[in-house]
Design a protein around this ligand. Structure first.
Ligand SMILES: [Ca+2]
Length: 163
């Protein structure tokens, strides 16, 4: 009679985790014990339904380790948690955008963008921020709109549509 209670508590969390671990294993081609860049792309598509931007992959790989190009299970799980948390921060992104759009133009210049990014992801190197800017400024006019900015911050959910 104790069984029903025992099964109920932390079940949803561990089953989500189990699913992530399974995705990791499925995508780890050749059971290397880590995900290559290509494996990681596949995993993100499976879990979130979009292809990750180059900057997103760089972020995961360079922030965790310097010398290898692989993502270990723990790092992968950590990424998913952060990625899920990021989805909750839409309002915050909007606020940040507004705060850095100092002249109320409705867009950010590269300079504004750098400052905004510095606030959100201070560990990112300038090179990656610059790449992110170029990546979201699709028409290359040097301006990033709120939508572009959300796109960058939310790791490009709709990446690929521009083609
Ligand atoms: Ca633009």
């Amino acid at each position: 009679m104790v069984t029903a209670m025992a099964a109920s508590a932390p079940q949803s969390l561990s089953s989500a985790r189990r699913k992530w671990v399974q995705v990791f294993k499925v995508c780890d081609e050749g059971n290397k014990g880590y995900l290559s860049r290509e494996d990681f792309k596949v995993a993100v598509v499976m879990l979130f339904g979009y292809k990750p931007l180059k900057m997103e992959i760089d972020l995961v790989i360079t922030s965790e380790k310097q010398n290898t190009s692989g993502i270990l299970l723990e790092e992968f799980l950590d990424f998913i948690k952060k990625r899920k948390a990021a989805q909750l921060h839409y309002d915050e992104i909007r606020q940040i955008f507004t705060a850095f759009d100092r002249k109320y133009h409705g867009f950010l210049t590269l300079d504004d963008f750098k400052k905004a990014f510095g606030q959100v992801a201070p560990k990112l190197s300038e090179r990656i921020v610059l790449e992110a800017f170029r990546e979201v400024d699709l028409d290359s006019d040097g301006h990033v709109s709120l939508r572009d900015f959300e796109h960058a911050m939310n790791y490009g959910k709709n990446e690929g549509e521009a083609l």
